[in-house]
Design a protein. Structure first.
Length: 113
């Protein structure tokens, strides 16, 4: 379910993101993004990742990877882009049929690279 919630997204992401996925919802900052197929596909990839890891484990790994990257000296943007879940989503967001053939746990190939 897609919900327009600009304040929520800004609060959770400290103004960094245009969208955030908190299973089972995708929250957007702009109405126009409801028709942004690439952005919606990116967030749908996160929904699949969250389901595979029973939601809680997804968030533990997500923030764990972020913290490790920050401890290794990466800035916020670099640490965010280094997260395996984000690397998979950014790498396939333009492939609108990606979820139809995506292997289970596909994010694993991006872990700690």
């Amino acid at each position: 379910m897609i919900i327009l919630a600009p304040r929520l997204v800004k609060i959770i992401t400290f103004g960094f993101a245009r969208a955030i996925t908190l299973f089972p919802f995708v929250f957007l900052t702009q109405t126009s993004d409801k028709t942004n197929a690439q952005l919606i596909n990116h967030e749908r990839i996160h929904l699949r990742q969250q389901l595979e890891l029973f939601i809680i484990l997804f968030y533990l790994l997500y923030f764990g990877e972020y913290i490790v990257s920050r401890l290794r000296g990466k800035n916020h943007r670099q640490a965010y882009r280094a997260i395996s879940f984000e690397r998979e989503a950014f790498g396939h967001e333009q492939q609108l049929d990606y979820l139809a053939y995506r292997p289970v746990f596909a994010f694993r190939k991006y872990l700690w690279k």
